[in-house]
Design a protein around this ligand. Structure first.
Ligand SMILES: Cc1cc2nc3c(=O)[nH]c(=O)nc-3n(C[C@H](O)[C@H](O)[C@H](O)COP(=O)(O)OP(=O)(O)OC[C@H]3O[C@@H](n4cnc5c(N)ncnc54)[C@H](O)[C@@H]3O)c2cc1C
Length: 471
């Protein structure tokens, strides 16, 4: 492509959410579909490829495009139609999960699948086909989409219906912004009869107990999430705290009108009523190192174990968005930021594979500061990350000294995942290699995806740093 002069006033430095990867790009923020088309035309004229971006909440480089035109969809953020009786909502792609639940909860509807943060956009979560703490039961967000409008990179506009166009639907959902842009999304929400969920705290003394707890509780849980203390070794390797949560059945909340109010859902503005949340990450910074996190993990595990409070009611937002309690907590990791490495392993090999991963991290002296464990189910989406099994998401601090070693460590972790028949997840990724990508997806899936790319994006207009690395 011939390159035209560039509008330097549009040049911005964009970072992945973890702050470990970033690059400068020419940013456009359309508020209408005609403006979106114009941004594509501008890119053609400038001889640039395009990266789509939602709220930039992917940990790595999925929404980055060095020297690209980046089209950020956050201004296309209107709710287009809402049925308080049916729970069906139609939104523009820049509507966030926060906007969504705040709009519908007082009518008794909650998003059926949410990530650990409420700030992603619907376009972004659909492009990655995100999962929540209820993946084993509710599947991914794509399973709750009824239809969407889509502007392919070729300029073709499509309306895709879950039933009538099942194959196309299952291929576009999860296609990580490589085929075109969602321009409107219709979603079926989940009826709730209270603004709270019932939460139970369960303690696992090691990895085997953790998996046993999950398998026993799956039939009786709506949500399950586990935090592993990755510093624990030997007989305690995999020790963890599990939170199980269940929706409240009709008639069991004596005051549902009150609990469904926004005021009941809002996360507190200050920690212990004193410290403004916006500055808490600064106080976390001195502890975000091996010694500090080892101590915090130990203290959290012991206090949860001995605490008599093993059951409580919690507002939906407080349970779902724990990671939003401290805004910008990722900054506490320092200048180098963090990467998250999440892998998905079939049930039969999960215990052995995750044990090996934790041991390799210890051996290489790069221990993850946060390790989150979830149960998943397989699904029908072409580019799926899910398996009938478990995932472990590991947050690693990145420093100038450990960066090269850390990237090498992820290759060792990849080998364990591939040997166990596992998968990876592009929403979190910053390090995956092309070989590992090909290996887990398989040649048939990749061929199907490339055929769709040729159909919807014949000029290869859509690229991200992640796609340059993997495709
Ligand atoms: C603290 C935290 C917790 C998280 N917890 C979870 C979790 O529990 N489960 C989970 O699955 N994920 C989780 N995530 C990841 C997050 O949900 C995904 O990365 C999601 O895609 C982010 O949405 P976004 O709007 O920020 O999109 P971005 O990160 O900006 O973009 C993501 C992808 O979507 C594409 N895209 C964006 N908008 C559109 C559009 N309109 N049309 C087509 N493509 C588009 C982009 O090209 C890119 O490939 C978490 C992230 C954070 C920071």
């Amino acid at each position: 492509m011939a390159r035209a002069p560039l509008p330097t006033e549009r040049l911005e430095l964009l970072m992945g959410w973890g702050g470990a990867v970033g690059s400068a790009a020419y940013i456009y923020r359309p508020s209408t579909v005609p403006q979106l088309k114009e941004a594509f035309s501008n890119a053609r004229v400038m001889g640039r490829t395009v990266t789509l971006r939602g709220a930039g909440r992917s940990y790595g480089d999925a929404a980055l495009g060095r020297e690209n035109v980046v089209i950020e969809l956050t201004r296309m953020n209107r709710i287009l139609a809402w049925g308080p009786a049916s729970g069906i909502i139609t939104c523009q792609p820049g509507v966030t999960i926060k906007q969504l639940w705040e709009y519908t909860i007082e009518d008794g509807w909650w998003p059926p699948v949410v990530p650990g943060t409420m700030f992603p956009t619907l376009g972004g979560v659909l492009a990655m086909n995100i999962h929540g703490k209820n993946n084993f039961k509710a599947g991914t967000i794509g399973e709750h989409m009824l239809a969407f409008d889509f502007l392919a990179a070729s300029g073709e506009a499509l309306h895709v219906d879950r039933e009538a166009d099942a194959e196309l639907f299952n291929a576009i959902v999860g296609s990580f912004g490589m085929l075109g842009c969602f321009t409107s999304i219709t979603l079926q929400l989940k009826k709730v009869y209270s603004g709270d969920v019932d939460v139970k705290v369960l303690i696992a003394n090691n990895l085997r107990e953790l998996i046993q707890i999950y398998e026993e509780n799956i039939p009786k849980s709506d949500y399950l999430v586990g935090w592993i203390d990755a510093f624990a070794t030997g007989a305690s390797l995999g020790r963890s705290i599990v939170h199980q949560a269940n929706y409240i059945t009709p008639g069991t909340d004596p005051t549902p009108v009150q609990s469904l109010r926004l005021t009941h859902q809002n996360l507190p503005d200050a920690i212990m009523g004193i410290v403004p949340k916006s500055i808490v990450w600064i106080f976390m910074r001195p502890f975000t190192n091996n010694v500090g996190v080892r101590f915090v993990n130990w203290a959290k595990f012991i206090s949860s174990k001995i605490s008599p409070k093993k059951q409580f009611r919690q507002a939906h937002a407080a349970f779902a968005f724990l990671l939003d309690y401290v805004p910008n907590w990722q900054k506490s990791y320092g200048k180098g930021g963090l990467i998250q490495y999440q892998s998905f392993i079939p049930k039969a090999s999960a215990e052995a594979a995750f044990r090996k991963q934790l041991e390799v991290c210890r051996r290489e002296s790069i221990v993850p500061f946060l390790a989150v464990f979830k149960r998943h189910r397989a699904d029908r989406f072409l580019m799926t990350h899910a398996v009938d099994g478990y995932s472990l998401a590991l947050d690693f601090k990145v420093t100038a000294r450990n960066r090269a070693r850390l990237w090498k460590l992820t290759e060792k972790l990849n080998e364990i995942v591939l040997a166990a028949g596992g998968r990876f997840y592009m929403a979190k990724d910053a390090t995956l290699t092309r070989e590992a990508f090909r290996s887990y997806l398989g040649s048939e899936t990749l061929a199907k995806f490339k055929a769709l790319k040729a159909r919807f994006d014949p000029e290869s207009m859509l690229e991200s740093e992640l796609s340059r690395r993997l495709l």
